[in-house]
Design a binder for this molecule. Sequence first.
Ligand SMILES: NC(=O)c1ccc[n+]([C@@H]2O[C@H](COP(=O)([O-])OP(=O)(O)OC[C@H]3O[C@@H](n4cnc5c(N)ncnc54)[C@H](O)[C@@H]3O)[C@@H](O)[C@H]2O)c1
Length: 440
Amino acid sequence: MKITVIGTGYVGLVTGTCLAEVGNDVLCLDLDQSKIDTLKSGGMPIHEPGLLEMVQRNVAAGRLHFTTSIEESAAFGNVQFIAVGTPPDEDGSADLQYVTAAARNIGCHMTEYKVIVDKSTVPVGTADKVRAVVAAELAKRGTDIPFAVVSNPEFLKEGAAVEDFMRPDRIVIGAEDVRAIALMRDIYSQFNRNHDRIVVMDVRSAELTKYAANSMLATRISFMNELAILADKLGADIEQVRLGIGADPRIGFHFLYPGCGYGGSCFPKDVQALIRTGLENDVTLKVLQAVEAANEAQKRVLLDKITARFGSDLQGMHFAIWGLAFKPDTDDMRAASSRVLIEGLWALGATATAYDPVAMQESRRIYGADARLTYADSPMSALKAADALAIVTEWKEFRVQDFAAIKAALKTPAIFDGRNLYVPSQVREQGIEYYAIGRR
Ligand SMILES: NC(=O)c1ccc[n+]([C@@H]2O[C@H](COP(=O)([O-])OP(=O)(O)OC[C@H]3O[C@@H](n4cnc5c(N)ncnc54)[C@H](O)[C@@H]3O)[C@@H](O)[C@H]2O)c1
């Protein structure tokens, strides 16, 4: 099948590459010339495990191509996946300008039946908007070429995106057009061999399903974060509580880890967007409003623990920070807790040296050459001249540590652990002050 994927970010590039991997002929469009140049020259604009090798394999096999030409991309695929960004607008609603621009470009140049697939996370009603935009472009051209609009939200996780796409838990297809549903079933048949994972539903339900999934996961995290704050006050251990409740099959163990707040490109913006959709429809989503407020507060939790220990004037102090990415196995720092910590430390007069295995380049792009943030080439070298250590991302390489060496390197042997990586008693036995999230 000939498939166009519009947008070569985390979702678009993974989607296009995985669709090529199972034998389709895929053209990926991006308007960002530098991304396309990087991909064409065999490079990789994002960090995603296993993706580079898969891209190279499919490019070499002649099944995966890249372009910046909208004429070429509109002509190429019978199926056109829209996987562009939907960042939050000022009021929290999803900004649909990139989605509508992509739809307009298809309507402007298509010459035969197309199935247009909304893969981006978009609010309920967006498929109708996309349909209207394409129809308006066709009308301008004095033609009425048939087309269908399908909702096919993406559930992949950054850091495990290739694996998630190749072995999905479920494939949600929101469509009414019988021909389009058949085509979508065909595309996903290769990812659906063990048992049928496809759930076909109406378009609006599919659009809402994506927001419901992310909002539920964000709710679990904020719930555990609030309980961890209470556990701190009560002298209870949230890790024991997690084990105690996770064993209940109605609850389960997933997404019950407290920490220094969720970030990334999805949870914060999708929770906000769903709250906004509610308000636009006279429904106040009170639970989600609380989830968001709790998370905003939680992103400051390390800073609060640091000021509780050292006071609120941190002038002249220097902190080591382990982890910049919003989670391990990605270089994505969108809405990352590390940013709240770094900027909070700066505001109180402190400076920092950070180490992250893959996100330091992204951090340099965000913060430029600000002398208040320097970078180290290993976790231990980040500790040099530092007063204390803050851990923001749970990278595997931070898990096993030589605590005696950490103690010797820090001016004040104190670890502020935003991801509960260590057994508190083991760290404290080494004479290190250990401030974790809800741990005894
Ligand atoms: N990142 C995730 O983990 C994830 C998971 C599931 C769903 N989503 C959703 O998928 C969508 C894309 O997310 P992302 O993280 O891949 O975004 P991204 O910002 O990494 O990539 C978007 C790409 O689209 C390109 N683009 C913008 N307008 C374009 C146009 N008109 N034509 C061609 N290309 C255009 C941009 O240049 C950019 O490269 C969002 O709606 C997001 O919410 C993301």
